[in-house]
Structures are given as structure tokens and as C-alpha cells.
Design a protein around this ligand. Structure first.
Ligand SMILES: Cc1cc2nc3c(=O)[nH]c(=O)nc-3n(C[C@H](O)[C@H](O)[C@H](O)COP(=O)(O)OP(=O)(O)OC[C@H]3O[C@@H](n4cnc5c(N)ncnc54)[C@H](O)[C@@H]3O)c2cc1C
Length: 545
């Protein structure tokens, strides 16, 4: 008999389950797929000698997040590995901007390639991070209102320049680059990082997002789990099981059972009902919860109206390669980087992002490329490379700006045509790359969704990162908290604040909200006696559950 049911064994679901289990709750996690992990999984599906992360790969947010850091996953077998260089952005002229662990190393690289003025500007941006750290991250990772962390951040912002520091946090990354840098390298590092989310270089706050990812890279690196992404999931599952929690795979939930405005449990696709005595936590996208797992009849009309305005983030197409040698970069500095961003200049990045926004499939896709053996030698035999690249594509394609008339059907022809476009982009910066391909796998948006139903249409962040769907607007205008209109039901996925990425904060926040609510309830009813307490905590009983 469970105190809590968690729907979905993604990183947020597993973190939530661990936090509840730490508090002594009996937790059952129901996962629809055959294995746990959500978008944190690896396999040998491309080539038996190569490990590939099927979805996500680099985990600076996990490293920095108290929600995952506090779980001591290293005690459950997790080991991290780093590439020599965090990130590289090669330019067509052979120069290369690089990001390193430690501001001094990044500044040294910028100075030798792009000059002292840009290195000085980068140093100032790094200093601002030092002044706001760790309060800014704490503010982001806690639910709204982030009272303590928010007050500390506000004080630090005041000390760091007040309105000027605040203005920096609102800047589009293009504007920041114009104001701070004389050469293209440093601005490209930040703009490429902003494009990890669906943020145009002209978007409000894109500078801050890019800066945050870059500064995390300097502070904690962009680490990968030794052996593959599944090692992170494995550690989360082992920790949970050591506390008595259970993960049931192949158990898609089709309904949250609601009676009298309260979540009592869930029903899986085979008709089986699972009772949750205290809470149900949903690690599923908001549109999959509201109006789907929970019928509209249990929700206020406003939720349906708000959900109508919910915006997905860009779709995604990923290509995995087994390579028989290192990628032959024209810019040698790219060879040591775990992540390489591929886009010639800021205008190309802006064109790409605007094309995605307007439903036109880019001819030259900006690509994020992972050199996984460079980051973790355990991924493939020495001298080879396990690599991948993904690019975003529009959720709905109105027009193809390339020669292939891709419509978004994503059949074999369209998948191959788009994969070749990605490979052409790599080849542009690494002539001879295609000759190194031994095997490849193309993950189109429908394939991604078939492997994880939360990646709706290939969206990777549980909804747009744009400001109008962040903070108190995430996933819909409200409190920015994990509570839902149904008592005892909590939104624990990346659709909740603070959004996408493997940091576990959405799950941890939902678990803490459930614990808090249970404590409040228990506090209110302790005096009438234990029997009454137990009756209330158990909620109304249903025979069929
Ligand atoms: C290609 C790709 C690359 C990425 N790269 C990175 C990266 O390098 N670093 C990073 O930090 N982030 C990255 N991300 C984003 C990150 O992986 C996600 O933000 C994160 O996994 C979200 O975690 P989650 O637990 O909310 O959801 P998910 O990881 O999507 O997990 C949700 C789980 O719920 C299950 N589920 C859904 N519906 C049901 C149901 N009805 N019943 C039962 N189970 C259900 C799903 O099967 C899935 O296992 C990437 C994502 C993708 C797709």
C-alpha cells in the first residue's frame, strides 16, 4: 500500500520519489516505458561497441542542483567524468571560442584568440556570477515565492550594481554581445548556450540564460556520468530501492482517480488501480495531466482556458553516430570539447531561431554536438568517438528552406534528408567527418515521442522557456508552485517551475509540497486522536481500489 504514487520515472519523478522516501513514505513509481529514466537513458543501439545517450548527455544542472546533489548519488555508484574542455564554438575562419572549468582558462583562451578586451569583458561577467552565487541558483530552484533565496539574491544584485545588474539579466544575448565584445567568439559561446532552450538571440533574458549555462560550465563543468546517462538513472533507482521505494516499468498510467476534489490514486492501462494514501505526483507534461489523466470535470474551467495558451518548446531531431576516429575539426581546439556548437555567426543563429519560430525548416541547422568518448573514455574503444548532434525543428513545418521538401511527416526519406543536413553542418567545420561514420541512428520527433511520451512532438523542455511561461506563469499563470487544483495531486515534471533540464528541482519541489501539506493536515488533526488522524490521512476508501 503506497503513501504516494509517482507517475513517470524521469529524473524529476525519481528525485521526487527519493525525497518522499527519505521522509519515510512508501513510494511506488509507475513508468510507462520498459525502463526508467525518461530522457536520461543510454544504450548500445547504434553499435554494440559504443554507448550512446539516447536523449540528454551533459548534466551541469544536476551537479549544481541541491535537489540532486543532496541525494549523495555517488554513494549509489554514480561517477562523473569531464571532457578536457567544456564547450567549443568553432568559426568558419578556423578560430574557435572555448569555455573551460575556471574563468581564468576561458579568459586566457579568449585573449589569445579574440583579444584582451573581450577577455576582460568575460572576466567581468564571471565576476558577476561570483557575486550572485549561490543565491541566484537557489532562487531558481525553489518554488515561488522564493522568499529567503530571493531576498538574498536581491541583496546581492544591489551590491553587484543594482539596476545595472538587473538590466543585464533582461538583455537579449545579441545586445549583450554588441555591448560587451569586440569579436564574435565570446558572444557566440553565450548565444549557443541560450539556444539550448528555445530562446532567440533577440529574446528578452536570452543573455542571462546563456550566461547561466556558461558560468555553470566554468564552475562545475558540464559533466557526464561514467558509462552513460543510464548510470545517473541507475543511481537514482538504487537509492530509492534502498529506502523501500519501488519502480514499476511497463505501467502507463491512463487516469488519476479523483473523488470529491481529491486524488486517491491512479489507474494503469491494464485497468489496475493503485491507491495512494497521501499524494499523487505527476512527472508528465502539464497538457498530459490536465484534461487527460485528470478529466476536465475535476478541474476549474480556467485551467482549460489557460492550457489552451500553453506553448510547447521547439521540436528536435537527433542523430547518433559511431565514428571510427576522432572528428577532424578544422579548428583543433574543438577536439577537446565535450560539447561543440555549430553555427557560423550570430546572424546564422538568429536566422535559424527565427525560422523555427515561423515554422520554416532551416537549410543550415544550428547543431549541438556531443563528443562523448572525449568526455568519458568508457563510451567507445580508444581512438574512436561516440558522438551525436541534435538540432531543433519547428513543431509544425510550414515550409522547408532546404532542397528536400520536408513536410514534418518524418518518414524515412525526410529523416535521412534532415540527418544529412545536420551532417553537412558538421562537415562544414570538420571536413572528412562523414568518412568516419561507422553506424548512425536518426531520432526524429515522432521516434523521440515513441521512446518517451513526455517529449511531445519532439519538445525537450516540457514547454517553452520563454519568459511568458516561466516563474509564476509556468505552466499556466498561477503561483509557480507544484500544487494543482486537485487536492493531493502535484505537478512534478519539467512543465513546472523551474522547467527543463536535469536538475530534479521540479520533482523535489512537488515532493516537499506534498510533505508540507501532509504535515499541516496531520498538525490540524493530531489532537482528536490517532484513529481520526489515520482516517483522515487515508482519505475516503473505495472498494475497487
Ligand atoms: C534530445 C534531448 C537532449 C537533452 N539534453 C539535455 C542535456 O544535455 N542536459 C540537460 O540537463 N537536459 C537535457 N535535456 C532535457 C532533459 O532531459 C529533460 O528536461 C528532463 O529529462 C525532464 O525530466 P522529467 O522527469 O520532467 O521528464 P522526462 O525525463 O521526460 O521523464 C518523464 C517520464 O514519465 C514517463 N511517463 C509519461 N507519461 C506517463 C504515463 N502516463 N504513465 C507512466 N509514465 C509516464 C515517461 O515515459 C518518462 O519516462 C534533453 C532532452 C532531450 C529530449
Amino acid at each position: 500500500m503506497s503513501d504516494a504514487i509517482v507517475i513517470g520515472a524521469g529524473p524529476n519523478g525519481l528525485v521526487a520519489a527519493n525525497v518522499l522516501a527519505d521522509a519515510g513514505w512508501q513510494v511506488d513509481v509507475l513508468e510507462g516505458q520498459a525502463e526508467p529514466g525518461g530522457a536520461v537513458r543510454s544504450d548500445r543501439g547504434v553499435h554494440p561497441g559504443y554507448v550512446h545517450d539516447v536523449f540528454s548527455s551533459f548534466y551541469p544542472l544536476a551537479m549544481a542542483s541541491p535537489a540532486i546533489g543532496g541525494l549523495d548519488l555517488e554513494k549509489h555508484g554514480l561517477r562523473w567524468s569531464h571532457a578536457p574542455t567544456v564547450l567549443a564554438h568553432p568559426l568558419p575562419d578556423g578560430r574557435c571560442a572555448t569555455l573551460h572549468r575556471g574563468a581564468a582558462a576561458t579568459c586566457a583562451g579568449l585573449e589569445s584568440t579574440f583579444g584582451g578586451a573581450d577577455a576582460g569583458a568575460w572576466q567581468r561577467l564571471s565576476q558577476l556570477w561570483d557575486e550572485l552565487d549561490p543565491h541566484l541558483l537557489r532562487t531558481l530552484f525553489t518554488p515561488f515565492p522564493p522568499v529567503k533565496a530571493g531576498a538574498a539574491t536581491a541583496a546581492r544584485i544591489r551590491a553587484a550594481g543594482g539596476l545595472r545588474a538587473l538590466r543585464f539579466l533582461t538583455l537579449p544575448v545579441r545586445r549583450l554581445a554588441q555591448e560587451e565584445f569586440t569579436q564574435p567568439g565570446a558572444g557566440l559561446l553565450l548565444a549557443g548556450c541560450a539556444l539550448h532552450a528555445d530562446m532567440l538571440p533577440e529574446g528578452v533574458g536570452s543573455a542571462a540564460f546563456g550566461w547561466l549555462m556558461a558560468m555553470l560550465g566554468q564552475q562545475v563543468g558540464w559533466p557526464v556520468p561514467v558509462g552513460g546517462a543510464s548510470a545517473l538513472t541507475g543511481a537514482l533507482v538504487r537509492r530509492l530501492e534502498s529506502l523501500g521505494g519501488r519502480v514499476h516499468c511497463g505501467a502507463p498510467v491512463v487516469e488519476v482517480i479523483v473523488r470529491g476534489g481529491r486524488a486517491l490514486g491512479v489507474r494503469t492501462v491494464d485497468g489496475r488501480a493503485y491507491r495512494a494514501h497521501r499524494a499523487v505526483l505527476a512527472d508528465v507534461p502539464a497538457p498530459a495531466l490536465y484534461g487527460s489523466l485528470v478529466g476536465w470535470e475535476h478541474l476549474p474551467p480556467r485551467t482549460a482556458e489557460d492550457l489552451r495558451r500553453f506553448q510547447w518548446d521547439f521540436s528536435t531531431l537527433k542523430v547518433d553516430w559511431a565514428l571510427d576516429g576522432a572528428i577532424p575539426w578544422a579548428a583543433p581546439a574543438a577536439a577537446d570539447a565535450g560539447t561543440v556548437h555549430l553555427g557560423a555567426d550570430l546572424d546564422e543563429l538568429s536566422d535559424y531561431a527565427l525560422q523555427l519560430t515561423t515554422g520554416r525548416l532551416p537549410r543550415r541547422p544550428f547543431a549541438l554536438l556531443g563528443q562523448m568518448t572525449t568526455a568519458d573514455p568508457a563510451r567507445s574503444p580508444a581512438g574512436t568517438e561516440s558522438a551525436w548532434a541534435y538540432t531543433h525543428v519547428p513543431q509544425k513545418i510550414k515550409d522547408d528552406l532546404g532542397p528536400d521538401a520536408i513536410t514534418g511527416r518524418w518518414d524515412t526519406r525526410e529523416a535521412h534528408a534532415m540527418a544529412e543536413r545536420v551532417e553537412d553542418q558538421v562537415e562544414r567545420f570538420a571536413p572528412g567527418f562523414k568518412d568516419r561514420i561507422v553506424a548512425r541512428r536518426i531520432l526524429t520527433p515522432p521516434i523521440l515521442q515513441s521512446l518517451n511520451p513526455s517529449l511531445v512532438g519532439g519538445a525537450i523542455n516540457g514547454g517553452t522557456t520563454a519568459l511568458h511561461q516561466q516563474l509564476v506563469f509556468r505552466p499556466v499563470p498561477g503561483t509557480g508552485r507544484p500544487e494543482t487544483p486537485v487536492t493531493g495531486l502535484y505537478l512534478a515534471s519539467s512543465s513546472a517551475h523551474p522547467g527543463g533540464g536535469v536538475h530534479g528541482a521540479c520533482g523535489a519541489n512537488a515532493a516537499r509540497a506534498a510533505l508540507r501539506s501532509h504535515r499541516l493536515l496531520a498538525g490540524r488533526i493530531l489532537s482528536p486522536g490517532l484513529a481520526a488522524t489515520q482516517r483522515l490521512l487515508s482519505g475516503p476508501r473505495e472498494k475497487h481500489i
